[in-house]
Design a protein around this ligand. Structure first.
Ligand code: ATP
Length: 497
């Protein structure tokens, strides 16, 4: 529910602009050339031109990404054989690995590697009172305008002109449209059996606050994270998997003492921006956009979006909001349950404040795909390559016997069995080796391991071919696992944004 308003840009870390004094805070304004102008109120630093380019990859169009996604098994149109269901997408064998890696990597950074965040996996259907208390029944809506001629509907804040972009007809009066999907629970379809498909995962963390806090014995500050499906009856879905009606969110509610919320908000904004960079998104394609006061959702005191520069322009990947004590208080009031917390060190009882990083798994996967895309070389040497960070790449390794010759197969399968428990590994023996390298480049597999006749007849060594440099090294099978680990680690460092 963001609106198109005047935009301000700023960054939280000085490492982004290589400025030596960590106390100087910058505001960044991106320029068309990829350069950012940084502005600060510090008297000795007025304007600086900062270039945050590290890797120089080719930009591409959305059409190219959509066709690559289909051709290589990342994403298909839902129900395609029936003509497709508009704005609904299915992940194929390669895409499901990509999206799973995005979610697993987030879960690892957010839950497994931290002492102060635990996870839950809650149901999509919740008690209808949850949505009354949270304010979604009343105000989870977007302004909708309808063309009086062609009757197409648009989100008012997304149309740039006064007339219909479809037929230039006139719009009627804007009205609010609630985005929640409704369904019925049980055999009777009436108002008393109406339930909603959750439009965000966050509410499950609020209503389970006490259960989780007491069973995990966590003390404030601590967070509850969840990954799961959400549903919104979007007025204008589009841009491939960017805005759909069914999508997956990765959200974390961080409960903290009132008064410490602004500091935690700053911390989680920083964390979020760095998470994308650490996993391969280029810094110059990312920015943090602070919401204007009139753009804030009803529950938020302050929000900022991590935005990515998609082929069609800047788009939100994640919102980090200071939700205050709004949700816990609203649920306490509606349910009659006390959701306050007793701080036994300070001997104080209070309702915690909440800072929320809320990210979309599908949008993030699309950003990783767009950002990894590169083309290089000419003529026969030309190739498309997805330069994913190894933790995000759908597969780590492809085992490629030089040909389907029966002499090679047993050794190639043995190498496959050695690597499979440690890495996400594909086996491919169809078509020429050159074509197979290209195919692996196009799905972003960091390393290919080739088994040839020398392997079988002579040295029990294989060739590792690096996706980015195309360098090849010969390694004895007994050292293969550690050689692969080293190469993947190097690629992790090289691909940081
Ligand atoms: P937008 O204004 O772009 O529709 P939003 O501000 O309403 O998004 P939030 O409520 O902040 O989104 O949700 C958190 C995250 O969930 C978003 O940053 C986005 O990554 C993801 N998300 C939200 N709506 C959708 C959608 N319709 N399709 C795919 N992802 C979505």
């Amino acid at each position: 529910m963001t609106n198109n308003r005047s935009r301000s840009f700023f960054s939280l870390t000085n490492s982004d602009c290589h400025y030596p004094d960590p106390k100087v805070e910058f505001r960044f304004t991106p320029q068309p050339t990829g350069v950012f102008f940084a502005q600060t109120h510090q008297p000795d630093v007025v304007y600086r031109s900062i270039k945050m380019v590290k890797r120089n990859l080719t930009s591409t169009t959305l059409d190219t990404l959509v066709s690559l996604a289909k051709r290589r098994g990342f994403v298909f149109q839902s129900s395609e054989i029936y003509g497709g269901l508009s704005s609904v997408w299915d992940y194929g064998p390669v895409g499901v690995e990509l999206k799973r890696n995005v979610k697993d990597t987030w879960w690892k950074s957010m839950v497994r590697e931290r002492d102060d965040v635990v996870g839950i996996d809650a149901s999509i259907l919740m008690h209808p009172d949850v949505w009354a208390a949270s304010g979604h029944l009343e105000s989870f809506s977007d302004p909708l305008v309808e063309c009086q001629d062609c009757h197409k509907r648009f989100r008012q804040d997304q149309v740039q002109t006064d007339s219909c972009p479809n037929c230039e007809g006139q719009f009627g009066e804007p009205r609010q449209f609630n985005l929640m999907f409704k369904t019925f629970m049980g055999p009777v379809e009436d108002e008393t059996s109406t339930v909603y498909m959750r439009p965000e995962t966050a509410q499950a963390m609020f209503v389970n606050f006490e259960n989780v806090q007491t069973t995990s014995r966590k003390k404030i500050p601590f967070g509850i994270a969840q990954i799961g499906k959400s549903f919104r009856n979007e007025i204008t879905p589009g841009n491939f998997t960017f805005r759909t009606r069914e999508f997956e969110q990765m959200e974390m509610e961080f409960f903290c003492e009132p008064g410490s919320d602004e500091e935690w908000h700053q911390y989680w904004m920083n964390f979020s921006l760095n998470w994308f960079k650490d996993h391969g998104i280029r810094g110059e394609k990312l920015m943090l956009r602070v919401h204007e006061a009139d753009e804030l959702p009803h529950y938020s005191k302050a929000s900022a979006d991590v935005e990515y520069k998609f082929p069609w322009g800047w788009g939100e990947l994640e919102t980090i909001s200071n939700r205050t004590d709004y949700d816990l208080k609203a649920h306490a009031k509606k349910s009659g349950k006390d959701l306050s917390y007793f701080d036994d060190q300070k001997k104080q009882r209070y309702v915690p404040f909440v800072v929320e990083p809320a990210m979309g798994a599908d949008r993030s996967a699309l950003a990783f795909l767009a950002d990894a895309y590169d083309e290089e070389g000419e003529g026969k040497q030309q190739r498309t390559v997805l330069r994913f960070h190894p933790d995000i790449a759908p597969f780590h390794i492809a085992i490629l016997p030089l040909s389907r010759n029966e002499k090679l197969t047993p050794t190639a399968r043995r190498v496959y069995d050695i690597l499979r428990p440690h890495f996400n590994t594909q086996y491919d023996d169809s078509q020429s080796i050159g074509r197979r390298y290209r195919r692996q480049d196009e799905i972003g597999t960091p390393l290919c391991v080739t088994v040839d006749f020398e392997t079988v007849e002579d040295d029990d060594a294989v060739t590792i071919r690096n996706r980015d440099s195309m360098d090849q090294v010969r390694v004895p099978v007994e050292n293969l696992e550690s050689a692969i680990r080293d190469q993947l680690n190097n690629m992790r460092v090289d691909s940081q944004g």
